[in-house]
Design a protein around this ligand. Structure first.
Ligand SMILES: [Zn+2]
Length: 443
């Protein structure tokens, strides 16, 4: 498969430090990878995608999303964190059947692709049975997105899995590693979505991390999400136990201490934040972008859950920037320096890729990396004329501006519409799942 993106006159935001942003460069894709970037590349025998009038960017990377919740979109937008926990984990989560997980994951993954997200970390804490996991992975595969499946815990018998749980992570993740997600070069790969010391005992945490490391997979853990969790000092406990490492990504960390930020920096831990949720869902705490910058911690952006917020990373970039600048303006940050649009864009691309352990494969338009590419229409009424393409994307772009999306060189969106014919199917499944989860009386 050979494709050439003809980008005459277009802006090509490579995100590659050696290339920067160039105008009028073509991108040659061979065998799903970026083969060359330069002007006037040969077009013989290639399928040409006309990228004139576009901004060409690396596919966006969403480093944490509870995709299973996508069929009950905005159910929790007016709730605080505690009420969200009760609704999604206490009431709805146990109702989820495997087909509900499939419906949520398919819809959520398609919404991500539609929004220019080419890599999605599916943080899946609804492993009510092995079939739930299987259907979650099947939906990710069917969607065509590049995905990291984060295998979490069940929501049936929930109390035994959280609140200082002494149950180790379910062994089924070993089956998934062996039978389903053994190949780390596949489009869908595996991570552990673990409970960590805030939800389970240190013995369990130690065993869970040992299992992930034995299986050769990374681990993601929510940390410091709200004052109560922050006060538990879980990152410090991991540090004292010698368990911190560069294979870990923590989510939110909004109420984790500065001492813990220093520990994360020292151990090479990455952090995924979700500014729309941190700023908008009462109880999580202020998005810690200023501290992440000050400590030099690899930072990823994420869309967390569509039960509360938006599917796209443009929103997360925009809210992150606004939150940080508001913090500075009001003197609430102890760290100087304005977060730039380029920094926040890097968080949504290379930062996310690095936090998922995929930084050498995706995250920038670099020769040899996977051809995960997004074309944004620069002549749309809300973007034209472009003076700085990154400023335009961060300040104003939305999924409706995303014209074309390629994942591994395969076209997943073209001319502003998803290709593959799955969207209607996803709508049908999600509507049925939504109605059943929210209205049906269950025994
Ligand atoms: Zn989360």
């Amino acid at each position: 498969m050979t494709r050439v993106l003809v980008a005459e006159g277009a802006w090509v935001v490579t995100g590659d430090p050696a290339l920067g942003t160039v105008r009028g460069a073509d991108v040659l894709v061979e065998d799903g990878r970026i083969a060359r970037i330069g002007q006037g590349l040969p077009r013989e025998g290639a399928e040409v995608i006309d990228a004139r009038g576009m901004v060409v960017i690396p596919g966006l990377v969403d480093a944490h999303k509870h995709t299973w919740q996508s069929s009950v979109r905005h159910r929790c937008t007016e709730m605080d964190l505690t009420t969200y926990f009760g609704e999604m984990f206490g009431r709805l989560g146990p109702r989820y059947r495997p087909e509900d997980v499939y419906a949520g994951n398919l819809l959520g993954a398609l919404a991500a692709l539609d929004a220019g997200t080419t890599t999605l970390m599916d943080w899946s804490h609804v492993q009510n049975s092995p079939a739930h996991s299987d259907r979650a992975v099947a939906a990710l595969r069917d969607s065509g997105i590049r995905a990291v499946f984060g295998h979490g815990w069940p929501l049936v018998d929930l109390a035994a899995w959280i609140q200082g749980s002494d149950r180790p992570h379910t062994d089924d993740v070993r089956r998934i590693r062996r039978d389903l997600l053994a190949d780390d070069d596949d489009l869908v790969t595996l991570q552990l979505a673990a409970r960590g010391p805030e939800l389970s005992t240190m013995d369990v945490t130690r065993a869970d991390l040992a299992m992930a490391r034995e299986l050769g997979i990374r681990t993601s853990i929510h940390m410091g999400c709200g004052p109560e969790f922050g006060a538990m000092g879980a990152i410090g406990r991991l540090d004292r136990a010698g368990l911190l490492g560069a294979d870990l990504t923590f989510v939110h960390c909004s109420e984790s201490s500065d001492e813990e930020f220093a520990m994360m920096a020292g151990a090479g831990v990455s952090v995924a934040v979700a500014p729309q949720h941190e700023q908008g869902l009462p109880g999580i705490g202020h998005t810690p972008i200023d501290r992440l910058r000050a400590f030099g911690i690899t930072t990823a952006l994420s869309s967390d859950t569509e039960a509360f917020g938006a599917a796209d990373l443009f929103t997360q970039m925009r809210v992150g920037l606004a939150a940080h600048r508001g913090q500075l303006a009001e003197g609430r940050s102890r760290y100087d320096g304005t977060l730039s649009v380029h920094e926040v864009f890097a968080m949504a691309t290379q930062g996310g890729a690095d936090a998922l352990g995929l930084g050498d494969r995706v995250g920038s338009l670099s020769v040899g990396k996977a051809a995960d590419l997004v074309l944004v229409r620069a002549d749309d009424p809300n973007l034209f004329p472009i003076s700085d393409p990154v400023a335009a994307l961060v300040a104003s772009a939305h999924p409706g501006n995303v014209d074309t999306v390629l994942v591994g060189g395969v076209v997943r969106k073209r001319g502003g519409a998803l290709v593959g014919g799955l969207l209607d199917h996803a709508r049908t499944l999600a509507a049925a799942s939504h109605d059943r989860l929210l209205t049906e009386r269950l025994s």
